[in-house]
Write a protein of this length. Structure first.
Length: 285
């Protein structure tokens, strides 16, 4: 299997903070072999198919507990996968971002084993607490499944955030690094969600694209990391206090999304202008 692993991936795997045992497995069951193969498969998608641009990766602590909190973008888990990839390929030294997987994934053949072997655990509070207390990098999407259900027309919007992540961060004294993910809604332009079809496969819904095929388009993606935010307390504060902290994080993510949207639209306009100018000059007498 070694021939499937790229040299860069092999080097970066050795630089991870994960305490692999003598058989290449850590206390959570994360497998060095599965990580190496997984990141080697993801590498061409990250670098070429989606040409992901990571901004502000230096805002994520090099080591120690941290919570990445961001928006969902796209009808499938492109955002989570590419965020994990950005922490591995764009950060030096690399870090393994560990997410909380939806419970329905346990019903998908082989999915449970693959996610656990690569550090992605079922979304239970006890799992998140343990990861942070072990100084891991936790990835959280407070919009939940409703976030991935956003349609193409709503791709830059945010739905209501859950509050559990703030209580968890305060309880474990963990800094929060907000991030904005852009492009996922264009890469997987959902026009409808088939709830009934989703029930048949054990998922909340099945996203339907305009071109029907459940294959993402080669759209450039961006992930921007903001400066760390720290909230003091025990996590047992009144709901009004917690909701105020949640809103601070949500507003920061919204600001980065809007800035990214303007940046992407400006780039698109410049590209179209260059194309028009090129056509005009070629057609000139």
């Amino acid at each position: 299997m070694a021939h499937l692993v790229s040299r860069e991936v092999a080097r970066r795997i050795e630089e991870l903070e994960i305490p692999f045992g003598p058989f290449g497995v850590d206390p959570y069951g994360i497998s060095k072999k599965h990580l190496a193969i997984g990141f080697s498969i993801v590498e061409p998608l990250y670098k070429h198919y989606f040409s992901v641009k990571a901004i502000g990766a230096e805002n994520v602590p090099a080591r120690g507990r941290c919570m990445l909190v961001g928006n969902h973008s796209g009808g499938v888990a492109i955002d989570g996968l590419m965020t994990i990839a950005s922490m591995f390929f764009a950060k030096n030294p690399p870090r393994l971002a560990q997410g909380m997987v939806e419970k329905f994934m346990n019903k998908v053949p082989f999915a449970s084993m693959l996610t656990s072997r690569t550090g992605q655990l079922t979304g239970l509070p006890e799992h998140a607490i343990r990861l942070l207390e072990d100084d891991r990098l936790l990835m959280v999407f407070p919009e939940g499944a409703k976030g991935t259900a956003k349609l193409y027309k709503d791709r830059y919007s945010l739905v209501r955030f859950g509050t559990g992540f703030i209580r968890l961060a305060m309880r474990t004294r963990t800094p929060i690094v907000p991030f904005a993910f852009l492009g996922g809604g264009a890469a997987f332009p959902t026009i409808a969600n088939a709830v009934a079809l989703g029930r048949l496969v054990g998922a909340p819904y099945v996203p339907i694209t305009a071109y029907l095929l459940p294959v993402p388009l080669p759209v450039r993606l961006e992930v921007e990391y903001g400066e760390p935010m720290m909230f003091e307390g025990t996590g047992a504060e009144a709901d009004t206090v917690i909701e105020g902290y949640v809103e601070q994080v949500r507003m920061k993510i919204a600001e980065m999304i809007e800035a990214g949207r303007a940046r992407r639209e400006s780039f698109a306009e410049q590209t179209l202008r260059s194309l028009r100018d090129g056509v005009s000059s070629n057609g000139a007498p």
